[in-house]
Design a protein around this ligand. Structure first.
Ligand code: NAD
Length: 260
């Protein structure tokens, strides 16, 4: 289905991004991985994807808090693979604190990685997509793009912002073969969420299982984590012809979180 297409998935050395990169490779797309981690571990992931799915897989360690490196990631992908068809803006971080104590540098960091990086990546990916009149831009937002929680000012602001950016790009490409949409996941058990479970467990002196249950039951009616594999399948749908008139919108996969 995606043979001959080239995808960049930002923040794909872990969690949701890795699940999405694997789903795209399973359908034949060549993939550029990005994110932080142990070089040997990342090389294992890269080689595993290339071998299992018989695709080209590469890795670029751009730090997406830096606009020049985000631009570099897009340019390196086009230089290495000759094109870029699918851009998944997934890299993201969390920081939790009441507004009045929120460190200013953390605000800047969350905004730059969770929102500005998507703008820069889209800006530099679009010309090539327009030249071929085909493209898929998929922004990984969050239930926190639609509703808020306390102590997550930067994250919630960035995620609401990325839905706005998605709408604008969806409109600007509305008469082309390029679509821009967002996905709003609920809780997914990844290192980003495990840190929040650890904090609950430490604060309340409860086990990992009890803390997970507490985290889920507060927000997610299904009381089950969404999985990276399920999100990977949703990305594949957005890449399909059937999704060619989904434009500038967001799809929630949140176990019912935002239906409440
Ligand atoms: P994760 O911590 O498992 O993965 C984050 C990825 O981003 C990693 O590959 C990491 O190396 C990379 N990254 C972090 N800072 C970076 C930087 N400066 N430059 C380049 N890469 C960087 O997190 P995850 O839970 O898989 O989150 C992925 C996305 O999904 C994020 O945008 C997050 O906000 C969103 N999301 C997660 C959940 C959840 O419950 N886990 C829910 C909704 C939305």
């Amino acid at each position: 289905m995606l043979k001959g297409k080239v995808a960049v998935v930002t923040g794909s050395t872990s969690g949701i991004g890795l699940g999405i990169a694997q789903a795209l490779a399973a359908k034949g797309a060549d993939v550029m991985l990005n994110g932080f981690g142990e070089p040997a571990e990342i090389e294992k992931l890269r080689a595993g994807i290339a071998e299992t799915h018989k695709v080209r897989a590469a890795y670029n360690g751009a730090d997406l808090s830096k606009p020049a490196e985000t631009r570099g990631l897009i340019e390196a992908t086009i230089a290495q693979f000759g094109r870029l068809d699918i851009l998944v803006n997934n890299a993201g971080i969390q920081f939790v604190s009441p507004v009045e104590d929120f460190p200013e540098e953390k605000w800047e960091q969350v905004l730059s990685i969770n929102l500005s990086a998507a703008f820069y990546a889209i800006k530099y990916a679009l010309p090539g997509m327009k030249a071929r009149n085909w493209g898929r831009i998929i922004n990984i937002a969050s239930a926190h793009g639609l509703v808020a929680s306390i102590n997550k000012s930067a994250y919630v602001a960035a995620k609401h912002g990325i839905l706005g950016l998605t709408k604008v790009v969806g409109l600007e490409t509305a008469e082309t073969g390029i679509t821009a949409n967002a996905i709003c996941p609920g809780w997914v058990l990844t290192p980003l969420v495990q840190k929040q479970i650890d904090a609950i467990a430490a604060r309340k002196g409860i086990s990992n299982e009890e803390a997970s249950r507490e985290l889920l039951s507060e927000k997610q009616p299904s009381k089950q984590f969404v999985t990276p594999e399920q999100l990977g399948e949703l990305v594949l749908f957005l890449c399909s012809d059937a999704a060619s008139n989904l434009r500038g919108t967001s799809l929630s996969m949140d176990g019912g979180w935002t239906a409440q």
